[in-house]
Design a protein around this ligand. Structure first.
Ligand SMILES: Nc1ncnc2c1ncn2[C@@H]1O[C@H](COP(=O)(O)OP(=O)(O)O)[C@@H](O)[C@H]1O
Ligand SMILES: [Mg+2]
Length: 432
């Protein structure tokens, strides 16, 4: 299982194009391996997913459906959890083990008064009527002291059974990734995500900022990662933002470098720098046990499943690679590399990162790649020169960038490497 992510500073620099074609190239590269469905492409652009329509593949369930499913089920589970805590307190209060002035009683009483019940589906379990009655009585219970009048109905709801219902609902609230993965026979890889803009819906915009909800989504994604040899994440501009805790799980980051002008180069360098900063902070907080919020919650889950060593290992071994896109001339590369080296040097980071940042490959500016008629989006195999370029990138990723020159190699070596794969003559490397 390896996770590859294409990252770039802004829209329109080729993240989606490169993600799609890398999926195709890697699929071809791994054709002869045992796993027959090794590659999954994930459209993580929740605002405007495009890959499904670009590939004319229409998933029966999109991330929008996933968000709906997670939201509906989580709502039920959260409601039951709240009610469980409330009833546990009410029970102790009616039995006399808690005083009226106890902060727990006050807190649970105000929850009781304000909890929204409209969306909760009562029913389906034996004490559902009692639960319903509990909330019907709200009008009669005006003060915490009056909670005593609820003693009968409170005791009519068995806490152990409520707990069992809660645990069952919690387990059933996890959607099966298999239902959302769309295998595209024509291309040999799988796709997940698309086609509906998820964040167009206000509730979903809110939800994506709720840690409990995000954790469910991240758990789901981990279920996807587990099923494939390589998962490629197509991220929206600026990275994964709300999904930042995913960063700790990405094994290889491919930065799409835009060399079209000085400003663009600076933007690409800045994206790389931001990533390094984020990643360093994350690693430091993790090492010191100072992660908080969703990052803490998420890492604890990964750790529980894979162990602490795996988390450390995945952070230590993270690889970074550069892909130059829309290149007009190879001569543009050395000045950009120098700029990056100098920039990192000014930050005192060059020596630390010079061997970890690799050159993955390049894709020239090419008219075959033309999104306006969509047919050029998946250009792999349509143009031998471009396919050769993609093979170089795929081979680099398949080898965890071991074959790729690092940033500290002489420009001559880097340029030679970039020129090596102009044509797909090395197909034999893949056994294809
Ligand atoms: N190497 C290239 N040559 C020509 N056009 C390209 C190239 N790479 C990307 N494009 C075009 O640039 C536009 C934006 O690409 P896209 O992959 O959607 O960028 P992003 O995902 O970063 O927003 C698309 O129209 C695409 O066809
Ligand atoms: Mg995109």
């Amino acid at each position: 299982m390896s996770i590859i992510s294409f990252i770039g500073p802004k829209g329109g620099i080729g993240k989606t194009t490169l993600s799609i074609n890398t999926a195709a190239a890697l699929t071809r590269a791994l054709q002869s391996t045992q796993s027959n469905r090794p590659i999954c492409l994930v459209d993580l652009d929740l605002r405007l997913p495009t890959i499904a329509s670009l590939l004319d593949s229409h998933p029966s369930r999109s991330f929008y459906d996933l968000f709906e499913a997670l939201a509906n089920k989580t709502y039920q589970v959260d409601f039951l959890r709240t009610v469980y805590q409330m009833l546990a307190t009410f029970r102790r209060y009616t039995e006399g083990t808690l005083e009226t002035g106890d902060p727990q009683v006050q807190k649970q009483f105000s929850r009781y008064q304000t909890l929204k019940t409209e969306l909760f589906h009562f029913g389906g379990f034996e004490f559902a009527d009692a639960l319903h009655e509990l909330f019907l009585k709200r009008g009669e219970v005006q003060t915490p002291a009056q909670v005593r009048e609820l003693a009968d109905v409170v005791h009519a709801i068995p806490l152990d059974k409520l707990r069992a219902v809660l645990l069952k609902a919690d387990a059933g609230s996890r959607p099966d990734p298999g239902d959302y993965i769309n295998h595209i026979e024509e291309y040999g890889f799988s796709l997940i995500g698309g086609e509906v803009p998820i964040l167009g819906k206000r509730e979903h915009r809110r939800r994506v900022n709720q840690p409990e909800f995000l954790l469910l989504f991240l758990d789901f994604l981990r279920g996807v990662f587990d099923r494939f040899e390589h998962t490629i994440l197509d991220t929206p501009a600026g990275g994964v933002n709300h999904l930042s805790s995913l960063i700790c799980q990405i094994d290889q980051v491919a930065f799409v470098f835009d060399l079209s002008n000085t400003l663009a180069i600076n933007g690409s360098i800045d994206a790389l720098h931001t990533f390094i900063d984020y990643y360093e902070d994350f690693s430091a907080d993790y090492t010191r046990g100072q992660l908080t919020g969703i990052e803490k919650a998420y890492i604890e889950r990964v750790q529980a499943k894979d162990g602490k060593a795996a988390v450390f290992g995945s952070m230590k071994n993270k690889q970074m690679g550069l892909v130059f896109n829309r290149l007009e001339d190879l001569k543009e590369v050395p000045p950009a590399l120098d700029r990056l080296r100098q920039y990192l040097d000014t930050l005192d980071k060059y020596h630390q990162y010079k061997k970890r940042i690799h050159i993955l490959g390049l894709v020239p500016q090419n008219k075959v790649v033309n999104i306006t008629n969509n047919r050029g989006t998946l250009f792999y195999n349509m143009d031998t020169t471009l396919a050769g370029r993609m093979d170089q990138i795929a081979l680099g990723l398949a080898s965890r960038m071991e074959n790729c020159p690092a940033l500290d190699e002489p420009d001559r070596v880097i340029l030679n490497y970039l020129e090596k794969f102009k044509t797909p003559s090395h197909f034999s490397v893949f056994g294809g």
